[in-house]
Design a binder for this molecule. Structure first.
Ligand code: PMP
Length: 422
C-alpha cells in the first residue's frame, strides 16, 4: 500500500473494529458517508468540554476562545482547499451550499441585492447548464431557480463510458448560459470530470462555474482558486469530519455580489423595524447559530488528511479503484457503469444481471460487507444507463486491498446464490 502503515491508520477509526454478524466489517460505503478517526471525535468533545460558548458575541473569556477556535477552523478548512478564510462560508453541507447559491441568484433576480447584484439576475430564457451525472442536490435547486425565474435547465450528456460529451457541452454552452453547475467527481461513476475545460467554456460566455466538490474534496488534493471556479461546495461528513457541517467556497467577487439566502441573527450590522444592513461575506451567509463544535472537528479532519497527504490518499484509492474494477469486470453478468480509463476516485457502481441491487446488498451485508444500493440520488443518470438501481462500492484512505478482494469475491457468488445462472 502507498499508505506507510495502513494497520496503524485503521486503528485510528473505532468503527472499523466492528463485527457484523460475526464478520469483521468491510466498509465500502464512504461515498455515502465516511468513518471518523478518534482525533476528530476528540476535537469536538474537547471543544465542548473546555471552550464551548457563543462565538462572535459576549465579552467573556470562553466566548473569545470559542471565537478564535471557530475562526481558526475556518482558516484550516479553507486552507485545505487552497482558499483564504474569508472566502469560506460554513454551511450544513453541500446541499445547503448549492441552495444558498441558487436562492442567492434568485434573490438577485428579484432585485434584492440592488445594483451590485444586478449582473447575477436571470431573465426568462437564460440557461443553467448541468450534467446528466448530477446528484439531485446539484440539480433540483437549479430546477427550482429556473421555475422561479423563467430560466431553462439544460444537461450535458454522458457517453456510454461515463465521460462527459464535451462536444455536446461546447454546443450547449452559449450566449444564454448564465450558470454551469457540475460535479467534480460523479458519486455514481467515480470519474473525475475535466474541470478546466468546463470552467473555460463557462467563462468563455460569461457564465458562473459552480463545482460540486462533495466527492472530490475527501479524496483528491484540491486547490479551488487554481481550478478557477466561481463557487464550490463540499460536506464534512464525507471527509472524515462530522455531520451537519460543510462549506461553500466562492470568489471574493461572487460572494461580494451575492444576496443572502437565509437571514436573521449574526449576519447584520444595523437592523430597524423597516430593514437591515448586512455584514460582508462570509458572515453575510451565516445567519443564525453556526455548527461551531462541528467546524472545529472538521478542521481536525482536514489536518488529519493533510497529515497523511492528499496525494497519498488519492494514489492509495487509485490502487484500490483499479483492483476493484479489474475484479468486478471479470465476473460474468456484472456490468460496470461508466468504465472509462480516465482519472477516477475509489468508487464504482455496477449491476448484476438477473439479481436486484437490493438483493446483492443483502447478500453482501450477510458477509459483513457494507455497500450502497439504489439510485444514489442520481435518477437521471441511472435512467440514461437503462437501470433503476445499482450497487455502489466506494473507498476511503482506510480501506485495504483485502476489503476490495472481499467485495469482489462476494459479488462473484451472487448470481449462483440467487439462481441467476440458469
Ligand atoms: N453532491 C454529491 C456528488 C454527493 O455525492 C452528495 C452526497 N451523496 C451531495 C452532493 C449531497 O451532500 P450532502 O447530503 O452532504 O449535502
Amino acid at each position: 500500500s502507498l499508505v506507510p502503515d495502513l494497520a496503524a491508520l485503521r486503528a485510528d477509526f473505532p468503527l472499523l473494529d466492528r463485527e457484523i454478524d460475526g464478520h469483521p466489517v468491510v466498509y465500502l460505503d464512504s461515498g455515502a458517508t465516511s468513518q471518523k478517526p478518534r482525533i476528530v471525535l476528540d476535537a469536538e468533545r474537547e471543544f465542548l468540554e473546555r471552550e464551548n460558548a457563543a462565538v462572535h458575541r459576549g465579552a467573556h473569556t470562553l466566548a473569545a476562545e470559542a471565537t478564535i477556535r471557530f475562526e481558526d477552523a475556518r482558516e484550516a478548512v479553507a486552507g485545505f482547499v487552497g482558499a483564504p478564510a474569508e472566502q469560506l462560508v460554513w454551511t450544513s453541507g453541500a446541499t445547503a451550499g448549492l441552495n444558498l447559491l441558487a436562492y442567492g441568484i434568485g434573490n438577485a433576480t428579484a432585485g434584492r441585492g440592488g445594483a451590485a447584484s444586478a449582473h447575477l439576475a436571470l431573465r426568462p430564457g437564460d440557461e443553467i447548464v448541468v450534467t446528466e451525472a448530477e446528484h439531485h442536490a446539484n440539480l433540483i435547486p437549479w430546477q427550482e431557480l429556473a421555475a422561479r425565474t423563467g430560466a431553462v435547465v439544460r444537461a450535458i450528456p454522458v457517453h456510454d463510458d461515463g465521460t462527459l460529451d464535451l462536444d455536446a457541452a461546447r454546443a450547449l454552452i452559449g450566449p444564454r448560459t448564465r450558470v454551469v453547475a457540475f460535479t467534480h467527481v460523479s458519486n455514481v461513476l467515480g470519474i473525475v470530470n475535466p474541470v478546466a475545460e468546463l470552467v473555460a467554456l463557462a467563462h468563455g460566455v460569461g457564465a458562473l462555474a459552480v463545482l460540486d466538490a462533495c466527492q472530490s474534496a475527501p479524496h483528491l488534493p484540491l486547490d479551488l482558486p487554481a481550478l478557477g471556479v466561481d463557487a464550490a461546495v463540499f460536506s464534512g461528513h464525507k471527509m472524515l469530519g462530522p455531520y451537519g457541517v460543510g462549506a461553500l467556497y466562492g470568489t471574493a467577487e461572487l460572494l461580494e455580489a451575492l444576496p443572502p439566502f437565509l437571514t436573521g441573527g449574526s449576519m447584520i450590522t444595523t437592523v430597524t423595524l423597516e430593514g437591515a444592513e448586512y455584514l460582508p461575506p462570509p458572515q453575510r451567509f451565516e445567519a443564525g447559530t453556526q455548527p461551531v463544535s462541528q467546524a472545529v472537528a472538521l478542521a481536525a479532519a482536514a489536518r488529519y488528511l493533510d497529515g497523511i497527504g492528499m496525494a497519498r490518499v488519492r494514489d492509495h484509492e487509485h490502487e484500490l479503484e483499479r483492483r476493484l474494477r479489474d475484479g468486478l469486470r471479470e465476473i460474468p453478468g456484472v456490468r460496470l457503469l461508466g468504465d472509462a480509463d480516465v482519472e477516477r476516485v475509489g468508487l464504482a457502481s455496477f449491476d448484476v444481471a438477473g439479481v436486484h441491487a437490493h438483493d446483492v446488498g443483502q447478500y453482501l451485508d450477510a458477509r459483513g460487507i457494507a455497500v450502497r444500493v439504489g439510485h444514489h440520488c442520481a435518477q437521471p443518470l441511472h435512467r440514461r444507463f437503462g437501470v433503476t438501481a445499482t450497487v455502489r462500492a466506494s473507498t476511503h484512505v482506510y480501506n485495504t486491498s483485502a476489503d476490495v478482494d472481499a467485495l469482489v469475491e462476494g459479488v462473484a457468488g451472487v448470481r449462483a446464490f440467487f439462481g441467476a445462472d440458469a
